[in-house]
Design a protein around this ligand. Structure first.
Ligand code: ACM
Ligand code: ZN
Length: 522
């Protein structure tokens, strides 16, 4: 098989040459300027392969190669890599590993670099907890596709998952959590694979687990339960109390020190503000700060937390509800997920400010393949309405929420191979040939098999007909029945949202079945 047919994402340029490179028993490195951890993942992957002899990989820094880019020269008896940064070296070795999966590779030169700097996947470990080993498996699967960001959603209504030495009640109330040692180890494991781990602590809403442990930082101080099912709960931090900020500053210092990333996701989505309306502390804060709405109070809250993070050298990311106010933290990055508030996100993008595209109709992988097939992810073109606008877009990210995903196997099947379609569209400047992508994908998935990573099998990548409809309807009815009554208190979805929901996830012919299924709870 020719080199170009063995890689996802498709490289910029491949020049095939005569000769065949045979995988040796031992690789050595000749390297003058990169840290040796750049080779760790390659060495671990190659450990399970056998061969004879020894080959030297020469790694050379070449500053005119774009960020994360590389040149890989595969010769019969030697390998050369040129790159300007660590990730370039890691991606070159990832390509070499994939090219040589069968124990040999046709000699070639690969010249390659990514289109977007943010090629991400989120992972919700609050709604269901996944072990550190499972998280590493997901990271390995992302790294094989040159996805470079794991956005790790670590706290929500259903669980706080980070060991805090200062506030241990947080993890004690939630049960399962990652120790600080495990988090540091995961962060290092990801670094060795070119993956930045961006933690998310969602604030000020989605906070039942935190407030179950420390209810004094809510408006009323009332007892709160760690939630067991999905939904949007009217449980929220109180930005009227100065103590809330003192506590958050302390906690954020501890949490953010566990991660190398210079970014920190502070959420900001789906925050029902009813409690703020009735809270004397919140009213006082609004009067003192001249804030005219609860959305502005959230803006005030975000700016103060962002200030703490800035002092720690971290830039904040916010979901696009963060733009419901003019009070947006300096240098914030906005992650667009819902068209409920599309206009403000569009304005932000048109002003040339940084943002990440994660449209829920195209890039939410918790929806089954029947609702978000592989081809739909592959064909995702960032857009606002009919207008394509990507000027200041940092990249795209697919999201994995886990209210309805309890096993590692299902988690992997939901993410893989759909995230490889995202990898292709965020890496390649040209492309769009789905059949060509599928041909390469089939080959690349051998590496996922070798790593023991589950993925959805080909007959279900783009389901059609009854299989598609049954799965979609059962997902919708199943997930609705798991939401606690009275909790779906999201801001009223716009008509555009409701219409998009049905049009983008269902066909007209499905609607009658959907209504029946909802009524009779099929
Ligand atoms: C989200 O899906 N609430 C960001
Ligand atoms: Zn309050």
């Amino acid at each position: 098989m020719r080199c170009a047919n063995k890689l996802v994402p498709k490289p910029d340029k491949v020049i095939e040459k005569d000769g065949v490179f045979i995988v040796p028993e031992v690789f050595t490195f000749s390297n003058d300027s990169f840290p040796s951890w750049c080779f760790t993942a390659f060495e671990e992957r190659m450990n399970s392969r056998s061969g004879t002899g020894q080959v030297c990989i020469t790694v050379t820094r070449k500053d005119d190669i774009p960020k994360e880019g590389y040149v890989l020269e595969v010769e019969e008896k030697s390998i050369q890599i040129f790159a300007s940064d660590e990730r370039g070296v890691i991606w070159a070795l990832t390509s070499l590993y994939l090219l040589a999966q069968d124990g040999e590779a046709a000699c070639c030169t690969v010249e390659d670099s990514p289109r977007y700097e943010h090629r991400g996947q989120s992972l919700d470990c609050s709604r269901h907890f996944f072990t550190a080993e499972e998280v590493k498996k997901i990271i390995e699967g992302l790294a094989l596709a040159k996805i470079n960001v794991l956005h790790w959603h670590l706290a929500d209504d259903q669980g706080w998952r980070i060991e805090s030495k200062k506030y241990p009640l947080l993890q004690q109330m939630s049960g399962e959590y990652y120790t600080q040692e495990e988090i540091r180890e995961i962060d290092l494991y990801a670094r060795d694979r070119g993956v930045e781990v961006v933690p998310e602590i969602d604030m000020p809403g989605h906070n039942s687990a935190l407030l179950a442990a420390y209810p004094q930082y809510s408006c009323t101080g009332e007892k709160v339960e760690v939630k067991k099912t999905g939904g949007i709960y009217p449980v929220i931090l109180c930005p009227g109390k100065e103590d809330t900020f003192v506590f958050l500053e302390d906690l954020i210092k501890e949490v953010s020190s566990l991660f190398r990333s210079k970014r920190f996701h502070m959420g900001g989505d789906e925050a029902p503000k009813d409690k703020w309306k009735e809270c004397p502390d919140c009213r006082k804060r609004m009067a003192e700060e001249g804030l005219s709405s609860e959305d502005d109070l959230q803006g005030y809250f975000s700016c103060r937390v962002a200030q703490t993070l800035r002092a720690l050298g971290k830039t904040v990311i916010l979901w696009n509800e963060g733009l419901l106010t003019e009070l947006v933290p300096e240098n914030a990055q906005i992650q667009y997920w819902t068209l409920n508030y599309r206009e403000t996100a569009e304005k932000w993008a048109r002003e040339g400010k940084p943002w990440i595209y994660s449209d829920m109709f195209e890039l939410y992988l918790d929806y089954p393949h029947s609702m978000t097939p592989l081809k739909k992810v592959f064909e995702t073109v960032p857009h606002f309405g009919k207008d394509n606008w990507t000027g200041s877009m940092l990249g795209m990210e697919s999201c994995m929420w886990c209210e309805h995903v309890a096993s590692g196997e299902l988690l992997e099947e939901r993410i893989f191979p759909r995230v490889l379609a995202l990898a292709e569209t965020t890496w390649c400047r040209e492309g769009g040939d789905y059949q060509d992508f599928l041909d390469r994908l089939r080959k690349v998935l051998d590496a996922y098999d070798a790593a023991g990573i589950c993925f959805t099998k080909e007959d279900h990548w783009d389901p059609e007909g009854k299989a598609r409809r049954d799965e979609a309807i059962s997902y919708m009815t199943g997930s609705l029945s798991q939401v606690e009554p009275g909790t779906k208190k999201r801001a009223a979805p716009s008509r555009e949202f409701v219409s998009s929901f049905f049009k983008k996830f269902f066909k007209l012919s499905d609607i009658i079945f959907l209504i029946k299924a909802m009524i009779f709870k099929k």
